[in-house]
Unconditional design. Structure first.
Length: 211
């Protein structure tokens, strides 16, 4: 049976003061050591741990509750501790229930939308579909015209990676950029950079397009 726990992270630099409370299962608490964050960048908990590790420390862990078989109970115990100590913690919110947590009642359960609102949304979406369809047809038409050769400057010309290239230091010729990359065991993108002048050499090789 899957069990859950509620854990606390402590700061060894500050008399093991508790700074974070979480709920987990398995090795969930260890994910903080690798700077995982479910709250995006600039998360205060992960920033604190990162600075701590830069000083040669890892956070300590205290298991406040163990072997909890009901996940909702684990969430409730976590939220209770956070609510009581929120001002001293780096947690961003008190209630950490995910939107899909079992046992939660959806905010709109039992509520029906006003039929007038539904009709208004339907009309708006229908208009958007018609507008997008017209734009799509116009977009297709413009693309077709651009590929006739009149508007597209490279129409009918071979792709650059298919053009013959020469390795200057050995004067060796290759039928294409792709062939040179395979034979010389070089990344095709690096050869492209060399040909475009973004870098001078690739592993000591220099390239130019064959005239």
């Amino acid at each position: 049976m899957k069990t859950y726990y509620v854990y606390l992270l402590t700061d060894p630099r500050n008399n093991n003061q508790v700074f974070y409370c979480g709920k987990g299962t398995g090795d969930r608490w260890k994910s903080h050591l690798g700077h995982w964050s479910g709250n995006g960048k600039n998360n205060p908990t992960e920033n604190k741990i990162r600075k701590m590790q830069q000083e040669g420390y890892d956070p300590g862990v205290i298991f406040l509750y163990r072997d909890i078989t009901n996940e909702n109970e684990a969430y409730a115990l976590e939220s209770k501790y956070i609510a009581e100590n929120f001002s001293t913690l780096t947690n961003l919110k008190i209630d950490s229930y995910p939107p899909s947590a079992k046992g939660r009642i959806p905010w709109n359960k039992g509520k029906k939308r006003d039929p007038k609102v539904t009709e208004k949304i339907s009309k708006k979406q229908k208009g958007q579909k018609n507008r997008n369809f017209k734009n799509k047809e116009l977009w297709k038409e413009n693309i077709s015209k651009s590929l006739t050769g009149e508007l597209h400057p490279n129409y009918g010309k071979p792709a650059k990676n298919k053009k013959p290239v020469v390795e200057i230091t050995t004067n060796r010729k290759f039928s294409s950029l792709t062939e040179a990359a395979v034979i010389l065991n070089i990344k095709q993108g690096d050869i492209s950079n060399c040909l475009a002048g973004r870098q001078n050499t690739v592993k000591g090789y220099q390239f130019r397009y064959e005239n």
